[in-house]
Structure formats: structure tokens, C-alpha cells
Design a protein around this ligand. Structure first.
Ligand SMILES: [Zn+2]
Length: 276
């Protein structure tokens, strides 16, 4: 499933392609949403933003289209009038004179008024968004110290969009590794210094992934590995997807385990489990 940085990049691309121009047509695939098409046609898209893993498309007269890609949804941006070659089902389309933004397969789509937007079920329970510029590492620290979250394992917290929005599975492994923490560790057992470090890496790595299209490894190391001729999939991460390879810091073999039914990679030496 794409994570926050990937959804944000898609949102930015759609915004660039279709915002601030009149729509020539707006189409919904699901029967209950179809009446909104003619209503939105001719209106400008004012902004396209991501919130966690949801994408919001805001139209000039105040309606916002909420969409969540779930596991199978996919956006295409095409020259106007050109449809991609796909057997998927078209669910939402925004056409302008120059470009079309097309969402296929995703079924979790809602059209919301400004009053309804903050009450939407997924949006209402999102924590601070790691990609939101106004979110500071101290906001992440506050979440880690909150009675709601501090007793849960980091492995569970870092998949929960209510804790911090925009993080997902590869970022979970990367953030814990850079912070030297084990997925079974709980915030309540960690020092303030360690929680601060974790908070800073949470934002640093999520924002790095946005800027680099998903590369979270240390920039100098990435350059070295690129010079050595490694493929993107091999220089992209510091720990994720590196099972059996040596840890860059200490040489210990990287392990793959399952935490909350999702794969997680760690170095047992750099990320020892704390005894409490
Ligand atoms: Zn190590």
C-alpha cells in the first residue's frame, strides 16, 4: 500500500495537472455519486491535498471529493481525452482542456461539504500528519507521551494513522532502525532523550521520502551505492527489504520479522529489545 509520501506526491501531480482551470467534465463511476458530476462540471479545482493516505480534491463552490486508494486504487494523469490502457473500473475523473486526472478501482469515494469534511470517519481520527509543514517534532513527542499511545508497542503505533498520519510499513522499519529502537519497545519505557530522537526521525524520514520519491537511506550512502552501480531497490532503504544483508552500521545480518501482520526489518545489535 502506498504510504503518506507517495500519496502526497500523487496529490501534488494532480494539483499541477488540473487545479486552477475550469473542468470540462467531472465523472463518477458509482451510481450514488453520479449526480455530483454535472454539478461539479465547469467548476475549478482549487486544491488537491493528501491527508494521511486519503486524497482530497476541493472544488470552488465548496464541495470536496474524498478518496482513499485502499490496496488497489490507482490514479492516472493523462493528456486530455486520452484514457490509459487498463481493464480497471473508472471511479472518478476530472477532465480539463489540457489534462485528465483519473482514479481507477478505488471504491472509497465520498463528496463532502465543508461542514462534513472534518467529521468524515477516516479524517476525524487522523493524528498529526508527518508531511504537514506546521507539524513539529514536538507534536510527535506529545503523541508518544500521551496516555492514549504511550503504553503501546512502537511496532503497533507506527502503523496507526491515529498516532501519526502518513506513515506506513517501510517507514516504520526505517524510523525504528534510525532511532535504534526495537518494535516491542513502548514509549512509556523510553527516556525523554530517546523519545525526542524518535520524534525527529519520524518527521525527517517521512519528509525525506517525499523529497526523494521514497529513498530513506542516508544521502551520502545512497551516492556511494549509486557509484557502485546498485539498483534503486538496493540503495533505497537503510534496513527495509534487506533481509540477510549486513547492517550498514555494525555488519550484523538484517532480520525480517512479522509485527502486527506486516513485515518489519531490524538489526538485533543496533535495535536491542529493552528489558523493563
Ligand atoms: Zn546494526
Amino acid at each position: 500500500m502506498p504510504e503518506g509520501p507517495e500519496i502526497r506526491r500523487v496529490a501534488n501531480r494532480i494539483h499541477k495537472a488540473v487545479a486552477a482551470q475550469e473542468t470540462t467534465s467531472v465523472i463518477f463511476g458509482q451510481p450514488h455519486l453520479r449526480p455530483f458530476g454535472p454539478r461539479l462540471q465547469g467548476q475549478q479545482v482549487i486544491w488537491v491535498k493528501s491527508r494521511g493516505k486519503a486524497l482530497l480534491t476541493h472544488f470552488e463552490e465548496g464541495l470536496t471529493v474524498y478518496s482513499h486508494n485502499q490496496l488497489y486504487g490507482r490514479w492516472y494523469i493523462q493528456r486530455a481525452g486520452k484514457l490509459p490502457r487498463t481493464s480497471r473500473t473508472l471511479r472518478f475523473a476530472i477532465h480539463t482542456e489540457r489534462y485528465s486526472a483519473l482514479l481507477y478501482s478505488a471504491s472509497d469515494i465520498q463528496v463532502l461539504t465543508e461542514a462534513e469534511l472534518p467529521l468524515q470517519k477516516y479524517l476525524a481520527r487522523l493524528g498529526p500528519d508527518a508531511l504537514d509543514d506546521v507539524v513539529h517534532w514536538r507534536d510527535v513527542l506529545a503523541q508518544l507521551q500521551s496516555p492514549v499511545w504511550r503504553g503501546r508497542s512502537l511496532g503497533a503505533l507506527y502503523l496507526d494513522q491515529g498516532f501519526v498520519a502518513g506513515i506506513g510499513n517501510y517507514l516504520r522499519s526505517e524510523i525504528l532502525h534510525f532511532s535504534g529502537l526495537h518494535p516491542a519497545d513502548r514509549p512509556v519505557d523510553l527516556s525523554l532523550g530517546k523519545l525526542g530522537e524518535l520524534s525527529r526521525y519520524t518527521l525527517l524520514l517521512t519528509r525525506r521520502a517525499l523529497a526523494t520519491a521514497g529513498v530513506t537511506n542516508v544521502p551520502q550512502r545512497v551516492k556511494r551505492l549509486q557509484r557502485e552501480g546498485l539498483r534503486r531497490s538496493r540503495f533505497r532503504f537503510a534496513i527495509f527489504d534487506r533481509q540477510g544483508e549486513p547492517c550498514y552500521t555494525c555488519g550484523t545480518e538484517v532480520q525480517r520479522i512479522e509485527v502486527n501482520s506486516r513485515r518489519l526489518y531490524l538489526c538485533s545489535r543496533c535495535q536491542p529489545r529493552r528489558r523493563v
